[in-house]
Ligand binder design. Structure first.
Ligand code: HEC
Ligand code: HEC
Length: 331
């Protein structure tokens, strides 16, 4: 008898289940044969079991038809054959060695191999080449729908708390390398709660209006003037001019690409509560689900959505985010 590898099925249950299976089969055989052996003796009339229905329909206790009996014997033999070949008798693994796990794994390996065949050729190409390939974009979009759209939206324009990936504003950089790193390793940008630093709710409203004024947006001039000095607490991260520092993942507060909302009250909430994002790591190396080939396709897809930047060159470091020309007014 072969055991399942790693099965913790106890001896007791093994014999219990096997005994029940054997008893069930024996019972079926006995029941069937008890019905076949009963024959009408010469001259004996089948008894009528119940009153007649519909005028002349009678139920008699004749033996069961032969063909019907043999069909059931056939099924029992099929069942025994099945139990010899496949698992079913307690722990006995069956002579074919079939397991549902192996079947699942074979299926999965076949699908993965299929994927690799299709995606493999793109892996060696650079992101911009892949992004220009219609078929690769389509595959990237399908992957995006499966793994990313629940947070970033099916159009990739994000939503409250989730960044828009179609504009030119990047928290963590928009070069192919940066986007790939964001997807593969995940990202967390964190802003501490600043309520106390700006003097509570009222202070937060004042600073929020000053932030709006930095972006040239509609604001209350009196409140903004009162907030200007308090903004000093923010400048270390978001810059004197509010344009942030893309290189350190401090967002530009003067554009229209708000992750947490750009109204006076939303900005005040960002200040009071602080904000923390959380982009889960996707690569298998970081505990995620996606192979490198899939991440490569996704990177190209995201890069090609409209906001992708040229690959990082060793030369000048771009500190400020690009102008907001590509930002859709989706907020
Ligand atoms: C220690 C650095 C740091 C300081 C100080 C800081 N912030 Fe932030 N701020 C961040 C980071 C990082 C984020 C992005 C958080 C995220 O992605 O969820 C952020 C996000 C924001 C947002 C949300 C932006 C959006 O797109 O919705 C606003 C508004 C904001 N900060 C305003 C301020 C103001 C006003 C101050 C000063 C009172 C301030 N911050 C101080 C680091 C800082
Ligand atoms: C559980 C929600 C969630 C899922 C799923 C998710 N993301 Fe994100 N993603 C975020 C959040 C939140 C941020 C911003 C992180 C921050 O502010 O700290 C982010 C940031 C990013 C960034 C960086 C954006 C920037 O401005 O630099 C990229 C690129 C990105 N995600 C792509 C993807 C792709 C591609 C997938 C699918 C494989 C994906 N994300 C799946 C929540 C998610």
């Amino acid at each position: 008898m072969t055991d399942f590898a790693g099965s913790d099925f106890s001896e007791f249950w093994h014999y219990y289940i096997a005994a029940f299976t054997v008893l069930g089969i024996l019972f079926s055989i006995w029941l069937l044969s008890s019905q076949t052996t009963k024959k009408l003796a010469e001259g004996e009339q089948a008894e009528a079991l119940a009153p007649t229905w519909d005028g002349d329909l009678k139920e008699l206790n004749n033996p069961l038809p032969r063909w019907w009996m043999w069909m059931f014997y056939g099924l029992i033999f099929f069942g025994i054959g099945y139990l010899v070949l496949y698992p079913g008798m307690g722990k006995f693994a069956g002579t074919l060695g079939w397991t549902s796990f192996q079947e699942w794994k074979d299926d999965k390996d076949a699908v993965d191999a299929e994927f690799d065949k299709v995606m493999g050729p793109y892996k060696g190409q650079d992101i911009m080449t892949v992004a220009a390939d219609a078929k690769a974009r389509e595959m990237g979009q399908n992957l995006f729908m499966t793994y990313c759209s629940q947070c970033h939206g099916s159009s990739a324009q994000g939503g409250k708390g989730f960044p828009n990936l179609t504009d030119a504003q990047w928290l963590f950089g928009g070069s192919p390398e940066d986007i790939q790193a964001s997807i593969a390793g995940g990202r967390i940008a964190e802003m501490p709660a600043m309520g106390d630093a700006v003097g509570g709710e009222q202070g937060a409203r004042e600073v929020a209006n000053y932030v709006l004024s930095l972006g040239g947006k509609q604001h209350d001039a009196t409140l903004a003037a009162a907030g200007q000095a308090k903004y000093a607490a923010c400048a270390g991260c978001h810059g004197e001019d509010g344009k942030g520092m893309a290189i350190a993942s401090f967002p530009d507060l003067t554009d229209d690409a708000w992750q947490h909302g750009g109204s006076e009250s939303a900005i005040a909430q960002s200040i009071i509560k602080g904000r923390k994002g959380g982009m889960p790591a996707q690569s298998q190396a970081s505990g995620g689900m996606l192979s490198d080939a899939k991440i490569h396709l996704l990177t190209a897809y995201v890069w090609g959505l409209g906001g992708g930047k040229q690959p990082a060159t060793p030369a000048p470091v771009e500190v400020m985010a690009a102008p907001a020309e590509a930002a859709p007014a989706a907020y």
